[in-house]
Write a protein that binds this ligand. Structure first.
Ligand SMILES: NC(=O)c1ccc[n+]([C@@H]2O[C@H](COP(=O)([O-])OP(=O)(O)OC[C@H]3O[C@@H](n4cnc5c(N)ncnc54)[C@H](OP(=O)(O)O)[C@@H]3O)[C@@H](O)[C@H]2O)c1
Length: 427
């Protein structure tokens, strides 16, 4: 067997320790598939003495992770620190500058600086691999860039954040409100103490920006992603969605059409019968639509030590074998980004209105003025003089028209709360 591939691992937290554990337990099959052993030569983390549940004896320790790039005994740098800047970025740039292949799980870094980092890697012909950065253990990047390489992709979408999917699933199954379920998820360790990155859709948007770049062959453009989270989803809307034959999921959706490339993350109503509607709990899914293959869906665990380590080590096996795919999969697409105002689709609208004559006529009049046609309307209960929910679903219309209508509807005297708006997606 040829010379071992020696790796330097920066970050020994959930993922870093997971990688060391996987290499210790599955070293034999990794070596067989890589054509040579993959060994850990050096490591770096913040706190040297911490017990990480994995043996670090005999490994070189660097207090400064950037030193891994210059360590002559390190062939490949594995960046598992996290964060879009700071030591993670410094290490990745130093490694590429030194001509060392990089494996990273860092979606924040790639979403924000991916275009420049990829350019650096391509210019030097150095592998930059990041399977673990999108949807954890799901081989989404390999699937898109290699398995579907023969297709023009029209759309790539997915459930890209396990925390949000867990919260929405629990709200639906137990009829509970968002804040209550979030608190429980934090207590169980499914949500961070500061959950905003997850629940405001930023983490999903990081991953979508990477997927869109791969699917449509263009540099990562995180700024072009429209982002909404799940804070405003209520138990009432989840129940109405069920009555209408939908489930509410936080989806990332990137599409390519004549107008250009659109990328958006927001809560969506998807038909109960759609495969993605049944992806529940902490599971993630990635759906791709190609012109020859049709629709493909991959489902699996999007986070956790085991699934993420599985993706990191798959990248290491490719590098050990000398398999090197260009970062964005070939020629770049110069199509413009399409603004969210230009989005066309169907909408669910839920209003809390005073139960009195004429209110529905006012609402439907405003929708008519914006050329928005209704698909269905549902009003529950009679409570003269009190607030009742009214649910409307529309046929396809333009986002800008819907927003203009919503502003006027929210201003009606009889509309008592901020209207709830959820986009309906056929997937
Ligand atoms: N966790 C997941 O399920 C998952 C899934 C997909 C992708 N990712 C990505 O994987 C990366 C790592 O995530 P994680 O969950 O493993 O994070 P984590 O548990 O917080 O671990 C981070 C590690 O980085 C080390 N570190 C932090 N600052 C450092 C510095 N200045 N110098 C050296 N080491 C430093 C920490 O050292 P100490 O241990 O000494 O504090 C720790 O070992 C992130 O980019 C994350 O987005 C994670």
């Amino acid at each position: 067997m040829s010379k071992p591939l020696s790796i330097g691992v920066a970050g020994l937290g959930t993922v870093g320790a997971g990688v060391l554990k996987l290499l210790a337990e599955n070293g034999d099959i990794v070596a067989a598939r890589a054509g040579r052993p993959v060994t850990v030569g050096a490591v770096s983390a913040r706190t040297k003495g911490r017990d990480r549940g994995v043996a670090l004896d005999g490994l070189r320790w660097h207090d400064d992770p950037v030193a891994l790039a210059a360590d002559p005994g390190v062939d490949v740098v594995v960046e598992l620190i996290g964060g879009s800047d700071g030591p993670a970025r410094a290490l990745v740039e130093a490694a590429l500058a030194a001509g060392k292949p990089v494996v990273t799980a860092n979606k924040a870094l790639l979403a924000v600086h991916g275009a420049a980092i990829a350019e650096m890697a391509e210019a030097r012909g150095v592998p930059l691999a990041f399977e673990a950065a999108v949807a954890g253990g799901i081989p989404a990047i390999k699937g898109l860039r290699e398995g579907l390489a023969a297709n023009r992709l029209k759309r790539v979408a997915g459930i890209l954040n396990g925390t949000c999917n867990y919260i929405l699933t629990t709200m639906r199954e137990q009829g509970r409100e968002f804040g209550d379920v979030l608190e429980e998820a934090q207590a169980l360790g499914y949500a961070e103490a500061d959950p905003s990155f997850d629940i405001d859709g930023v983490d999903a948007a990081h991953k979508l920006a990477i997927l869109a770049a791969l699917a449509f062959g263009r540099p990562v453009d995180f700024g072009a992603v429209h982002v909404e989270g799940i804070r405003e989803v209520t138990a009432m809307d989840i129940a109405f969605a069920g009555e209408l034959g939908y489930r509410i999921k936080l989806l990332g959706i990137a599409g390519r059409d004549e107008a250009g490339i659109s990328a958006r993350v927001h809560p969506c109503m998807v038909p109960v019968a759609a495969p993605i509607a049944r992806v529940d709990g902490v599971f993630n899914a990635v759906v791709a639509e190609g012109d020859f293959v049709g629709r493909v869906m991959l489902e699996g665990r999007g986070a956790g030590a085991g699934p993420t380590a599985s993706a990191v080590v798959a990248d290491l096996i490719d590098i050990a074998r000398g398999r090197h795919t260009p970062v964005w999969g070939g020629a770049l697409d110069a199509a413009p980004a399409v603004a969210m105002e230009r989005h066309r689709g169907a909408y669910y609208l839920r209003l809390m209105v005073l139960d009195r004559p004429g209110v529905i006529a006012d609402v439907t009049g405003i929708l008519r003025d914006q050329a928005i046609s209704l698909e269905s309307m549902l009003q529950r209960g009679r409570a003269p003089g009190e607030a009742v929910p009214v649910v409307l679903t529309t046929h396809d219309c333009e986002e800008a028209a819907m927003r203009a209508a919503l502003d006027r509807i929210a201003g009606l005297d009889a509309v008592l709360e901020k209207p709830a708006l959820i986009r309906i997606e056929a997937l």
